[in-house]
Design a protein around this ligand. Structure first.
Ligand SMILES: Nc1ncnc2c1ncn2[C@@H]1O[C@H](COP(=O)(O)OP(=O)(O)OP(=O)(O)O)[C@@H](O)[C@H]1O
Ligand SMILES: N[C@@H](CCO)C(=O)O
Length: 317
């Protein structure tokens, strides 16, 4: 269930008035998602999604919302946050920070084939290039600094084999991050959570990318690794799936070829991508936040993915 805060039609009408979007036609709570309150809003001005942010603060949100606006203006199919008459895209609804962004067509492709992976690869490269001239900056708040802070908090909850893997991988990633090859990686604003459930398709056509609320400035290669680890694996075992991975990488490189440093660090970044989600899932699992709305995802999935990437390094492309 993803309506944590009820929005009445009166409140929705007041927002539409401020945004000059005409009469409300329907307001329907969305039953997917675990982080925010989401409603589909149909009105004279079009089809939108109203999001009330339950976790993120008014300080963090402008980076995400303006990034979506920037990408939408560059022709990337992402939800376009609507502005009020003063140009403000972060609103307040029922006392919560809120946005009203365009509704994407299509639905998630949860059993992707090579053709879907190619569409994701091409769109990811286009997004990276389109975000190059985005003016705002905010680090990836789930990057190396956060792993270094969070791992010591999680370790006491783990069994020895998990604790050993986590410690060893964190040490390895600190070592990689200190290398001159890593410093040479191109970087910019990245999505950082481009999983199957954050992309829309109509048949084989990618119709949109959404959920930018883990975006931040990081290496483009990290973003690519996160996508490969979800789109191009065998879910039950966590094994890398080479045919889908080649489709995603070839399409990405059709728009932006990887540099030499990116090619050689891809195996290390696939491990970093697995570590990132193993740590966040362990953290949500063992340390649920006060009054948390999260239904934690299974952490053992990313432990399997990480063990796979360590045992069978993916050859550099
Ligand atoms: N702009 C959009 N266009 C169409 N559908 C959307 C849009 N934004 C959200 N949705 C729908 O709402 C559902 C919930 O959104 P989302 O996944 O962002 O939820 P959340 O609770 O904010 O985050 P999380 O993915 O972390 O659970 C999505 O699965 C999708 O079906
Ligand atoms: N994609 C994340 C959830 C946050 O969107 C995960 O699978 O752990």
């Amino acid at each position: 269930m993803a309506v944590y805060t009820e929005v009445s039609p009166q409140e929705a009408r007041a927002l539409l008035r401020r945004l000059g979007l005409g009469k409300l036609l329907s307001l329907t709570g969305i039953q997917g998602g675990i982080e925010n309150t989401n409603y589909f809003v149909s009105c004279e001005g079009g089809e939108f999604v109203l999001t009330l942010f339950e976790r993120l603060t008014a300080e963090q949100l402008p980076f995400y919302l303006h990034l979506m606006k920037h990408l939408a203006q560059a022709g990337i199919p992402v939800p376009d946050p609507q502005a009020d008459r003063k140009g403000e895209i972060l609103h307040s609804v029922v006392g919560k920070p809120a946005s009203l962004a365009t509704r994407l067509a299509g639905s998630s492709q949860l059993a992707p084939q090579a053709v879907h992976c190619a569409a994701v690869g091409e769109m990811l490269a286009r997004m990276h290039l389109a975000a190059r001239d985005y003016g705002r900056t905010q680090p990836n708040l789930r990057g190396l600094d956060w792993w270094n802070e969070t791992v010591p908090v999680i370790l006491p909850h783990l069994q020895p084999p998990q604790a050993e893997l986590l410690r060893a991988e964190l040490a390895y990633q600190n070592h990689v991050a200190a290398s001159s090859e890593y410093a040479a990686l191109p970087r910019g604003p990245v999505h950082a959570d481009l999983f199957r459930d954050n992309v829309m398709f109509e048949g084989e056509r990618l119709t949109g990318v959404f959920d930018f609320y883990f975006a931040g400035v990081d290496t483009w290669l990290f973003d690519l690794a996160v996508a490969l680890n979800d789109w191009c694996i065998d879910l039950p075992t966590g094994a890398h799936e080479p045919v889908r991975a080649a489709a995603l990488l070839d399409a990405y490189q059709g728009v932006r070829p990887l540099t030499g440093a990116e090619r050689s660090l891809l195996p290390a970044m696939l491990r970093a991508g697995a570590l990132r989600f193993w740590v966040s899932r362990l953290w949500d699992w063992y340390l649920p936040r006060e009054a948390s709305l999260l239904k934690p995802h299974d952490p053992t999935h990313f432990e399997r993915v990480l063990r796979e990437r360590v045992a069978h390094p993916v050859p550099p492309p």
